[in-house]
Design a protein around this ligand. Sequence first.
Ligand SMILES: Nc1nc2c([nH]c(=O)n2[C@@H]2O[C@H](COP(=O)(O)OP(=O)(O)OP(=O)(O)O)[C@@H](O)[C@H]2O)c(=O)[nH]1
Length: 160
Amino acid sequence: MNLRLWTNPILGKSTRMSDNMPRIGKKRGVVGVIFREEKLLIIRRSLTVTAPGKLCLPGGTIEKGESEQFALVREMQEELAIDVEPIRLLWRSVTPWGTTLAWWLSALEPDVLPVPNPAEVSEYHWMDSREICNAREMLPSLPEFIQAIRAEEVRLDIAF
Ligand SMILES: Nc1nc2c([nH]c(=O)n2[C@@H]2O[C@H](COP(=O)(O)OP(=O)(O)OP(=O)(O)O)[C@@H](O)[C@H]2O)c(=O)[nH]1
């Protein structure tokens, strides 16, 4: 694969990326990185959306004119009826099909219970990193995110 170094303007750090990394005009998405008791909030996609039945982080496409934070708050409401507070951008990645993803650490009040919108989400789980890496139906971006944490490309203030 043809690799080059790309300087992430937000993290101010060089990240190894391939030639199919972010390009202007491609679809952009945002996902919420939401922890509770050192577990990550994972959704199972409904059977009527793309990648049906797959496990992934809650999130979705950034609509025209939206900021990443606005899209994140909207998607969390639409998918799980939760109000989250975007805290900071942790990582950027690109899917093999060219969607750039912004990974936002987000806060959720400790007593709030997500309520899946069945049109988009069939269920949710709180999973640790071992469960995420072992789950067969996970979108591949999740294990890649865990690898980026282990490589200290992503800085978290909690053990995960
Ligand atoms: N929600 C979500 N999407 C992800 C993850 N990882 C990943 O590659 N994606 C990709 O990010 C893109 C946007 O996510 P989505 O499909 O949930 O967006 P959406 O609800 O707006 O639906 P749409 O874009 O099909 O209209 C998709 O290409 C999806 O495959 C993840 O962990 N969570």
